[in-house]
Write a protein that binds this ligand. Structure first.
Ligand SMILES: NC(=O)c1ccc[n+]([C@@H]2O[C@H](COP(=O)([O-])OP(=O)(O)OC[C@H]3O[C@@H](n4cnc5c(N)ncnc54)[C@H](O)[C@@H]3O)[C@@H](O)[C@H]2O)c1
Length: 391
């Protein structure tokens, strides 16, 4: 019989409230599946939509009791805080402009928080979330879910173990085609949130996927981007939002890099790809084939690492649920973020130390770095690609 770490530590599962992720949301279903996969959470409350009627219908469909299907986040915070069996954790998967206020509100009411990216639309708001996390001492997990893949964790562990030597070059691309043929909304009418800079943030492509690419680089290499020279704009004619961004990067150890993200590459699906090169060799990983990590040592034959395969390091091993050769993918990677956040939350509540390997999930510091990167890229692009410090 498998044991449930939450039962061992707390005697029960964590109680999760969700905000957002209602009808039509792709990522809402991913969050809920991630929360359920390892049975560490039960979903007890929610505000599924900004429309109270749609919210109530969607909550009923998830089995949430009618008295815990709330019309607003504020009522959820107040009423769940007051209940003896109230939620422990709030997961936020709403449009970008609400992340800051919902995260700060949840933390101030004593809830640990799991929040989708970007952490906020402005650097000042991102810093405010971080300050609130530090002030409350609660757990804040940012769902840069690509860091949950076993082979991304293997790459991080191999870099940390020195297998690549001194890092010198980093190339990251996140190329999608979803907006190549998309008809943009009529700008005279009400805009979907992604097309409205007030709600979606200052750059559609950088907020949607640029923050993921930047975070992946930092997660694997442990390096910070200190300066960049960027071009940000749109490829599709007459588009009013950004659908591509490219930048040259300088890192804090002197390494150099390139960054390329677009949602307008016709036919491409979800190609997040990373290459990291050091003095002793290179690593290559691609999201569409997530179970393969190529290691190309200098002067020796190329090798392949696979989940739970030979050469798996502990950080990767704990992220796989199945024996080698059985593919795991997006759901399992996302669930690793939830599972680790649960371990950190339960450990804090139980007053014990979590496994340090559980603490690699992205947090509020990572969120601040992501927003700082976006702001620097936009500033550089507005100055015709001038080298710009990442604040
Ligand atoms: N981690 C990832 O890979 C990933 C992928 C897609 C989206 N996202 C992020 O998830 C968030 C949502 O994106 P989406 O694609 O699901 O958007 P969406 O527009 O498809 O869905 C948003 C959902 O939130 C609900 N909602 C809106 N305002 C609300 C409010 N005030 N209270 C409660 N519910 C509310 C809507 O009814 C809808 O169900 C964004 O921040 C986005 O950046 C992350």
């Amino acid at each position: 019989m498998e044991s449930n770490l939450m039962i061992e530590m707390l005697g029960r599962r964590l109680r999760l409230a969700v905000i957002g992720g209602g009808p039509g949301s792709f990522i809402g279903a991913m969050h809920r599946a991630a929360a359920r996969l390892d049975d560490r959470y039960e979903i007890v409350a929610g505000v599924l939509s900004s429309d109270p009627e749609r919210s109530a219908t969607a909550a009923a469909g998830l089995g949430i009791a009618p008295d815990r299907a709330y019309a607003t986040a504020e009522s959820l915070f107040a009423e769940e805080e007051a209940r003896p069996d109230g939620a422990d954790v709030v997961a936020i998967m709403t449009p970008n402009d609400s992340h800051h206020s919902y995260a700060v509100g949840a933390l101030r009411h004593g809830f640990d928080v799991i929040c989708d990216k970007p952490i906020a639309n402005t650097l000042a708001e991102a810093v405010d979330v971080l300050a609130t996390v530090e002030d409350t001492g609660l757990v804040f997990c940012l769902t840069h879910n690509y860091t949950g893949y076993p082979m991304v964790r293997q790459a991080r562990a191999m870099v940390a173990d020195g297998l690549l030597g001194t890092l010198q070059l980093v190339q990251v691309e996140y190329v999608q085609g979803g907006k190549a043929g998309e008809r943009d909304p009529d700008h005279e009418g009400p805009l979907p949130w992604r097309y409205d800079p007030v709600r979606g943030g200052p750059s559609l492509v950088l907020g949607d996927i640029g923050t993921h690419a930047h975070n992946l680089v930092r997660f694997v290499t442990g390096l910070e981007v200190t300066e960049l020279a960027a071009e940000v704009g749109h490829i599709v004619a007459n588009r009013l939002v950004d659908d591509y961004a490219g930048a040259l990067l300088r890192f804090d150890n002197g390494a150099r890099g390139s960054f390329w993200v677009t949602q307008a590459a016709a036919g491409v699906e979800n190609c997040l790809r990373l290459r990291v090169s050091g003095t002793k060799g290179s690593l290559e990983w691609m999201q569409e084939v997530p179970t393969q990590l190529a290691f190309k040592p200098l002067g020796a034959p190329a090798e392949m690492r696979t989940p739970n395969g030979p050469g798996s390091l502990p950080l990767a091993r704990r992220a796989s649920r199945i024996v080698a050769g059985h593919p795991e993918g997006f759901h399992e990677g996302f669930a690793n973020i939830y599972a680790d956040a649960a371990e950190a939350i339960a450990a804090r509540r139980a007053g014990v130390d979590p496994d340090p390997l559980a603490l690699v999930f992205p947090n509020a510091v990572d969120g601040v770095r992501g927003v700082a990167f976006v702001e620097a890229a936009i500033t550089s692009a507005m100055n015709d690609g001038t080298w710009t410090t990442v604040g």
